[in-house]
Design a protein around this ligand. Structure first.
Ligand code: ATP
Ligand code: MG
Length: 267
């Protein structure tokens, strides 16, 4: 069950025919929420051990269309986790300095160190998404990036990083409703930008870009998961399940004491 939504290397995906509706996978919202909370508790315990062991690194990558739920996912999944062991990086349009370097330069600086969980809210994948859809560079520049990314992620995994990549899949209708809510509710206005409407017009181009991106960069060592995300409760459960299952297999351990502590009395 945890890996239902994982793409195998080279797997072709048609997002139009891929369910964004979590109800297709879980009928009962109450039960899903209870299970999510149980898993999140286990995630907190596993994270404490990952941090103490100070050996492995976990990188979680989140990509989605606007209003796809990246922020909400990060908030829900990491709630209660020791903030000291987690670092969230949100990738915006590159600055002048960042643009003067190769596209992975700023990304490499943000990858997790030993014992840490790194969370990418957007990522190096923007360099084959918005960059492609808006023709910011020619195809001869962005297409080779699939290989660059695969090689970069292989190097990271060879250095002890576990990589999980999540595409939060919402339907075009769901995006419409979420945008409308951001317009109608004053407390959500700040999340709305007119630029979002422009990007919505490019929906089909984005779907193609996501499809090709995932087909070319889902690898055994850094797989993509296409998470049905129209319902937050299913999305949170599915993602936490993948993370917890991965950490269970890693099975991080509290380090042993420095020496024999039996009988040591603190005065
Ligand atoms: P979000 O929409 O993820 O909640 P936000 O609305 O807070 O984020 P924005 O400034 O709207 O912040 O989003 C960041 C913008 O930067 C996105 O439009 C994204 O496509 C763009 N971006 C990110 N990386 C790159 C890149 N490498 N090249 C060009 N644009 C990029
Ligand atoms: Mg935005």
């Amino acid at each position: 069950m945890p890996h239902t939504h994982r793409l195998t290397p080279g797997q072709k995906i048609y997002l139009n025919f891929t369910p964004a509706d979590g109800k297709k996978f879980h009928k009962n919202r109450d039960k899903a929420e209870k299970k999510f909370k149980k898993l999140r508790k286990e995630f907190r315990d596993l994270q404490a051990r990952l941090y103490a062991e100070n050996k492995h690194k976990l990188l979680l990558v989140f990509q989605a269309m606007d209003a796809g739920g990246k922020d909400g996912t990060i908030r829900a999944v990491t709630q209660g986790v020791n903030p000291q062991g987690v670092r969230v990086t949100s990738f915006k349009a590159p600055s002048t300095i960042e643009r003067a370097h190769d596209f992975l330069w700023r990304v490499h600086m943000a990858v997790p160190a030993k014992g840490m969980i790194g969370i990418f809210n957007r990522s190096h994948y923007e360099d084959v998404l918005i960059v492609r859809v808006d023709n910011l560079v020619p195809e001869s520049v962005w297409r080779p990036r699939y290989d660059h990314i695969n090689n970069f992620e292989k190097m990271l995994t060879d250095s002890g990083t576990i990589i999980l990549k999540f595409y939060l899949h919402i339907s075009k209708e769901e995006q419409r409703e979420r945008f409308q809510e951001r317009i109608d509710l004053p407390e959500k206005n700040w999340k709305f930008s007119f630029e979002d409407l422009e990007k919505r017009k490019q929906w089909d181009d984005y779907m193609l870009a996501f499809e090709e991106m995932m087909q070319n960069t889902s690898t055994v060592y850094a797989p993509w998961y296409v998470i049905p995300s129209n319902q937050n409760w299913y999305r949170n459960l599915a993602i936490t399940h993948v993370i917890v299952d991965t950490l269970r297999q890693l099975n991080p351990q509290f380090p042993p004491p420095e020496g024999d502590v039996s009988g040591v009395i603190v005065k």
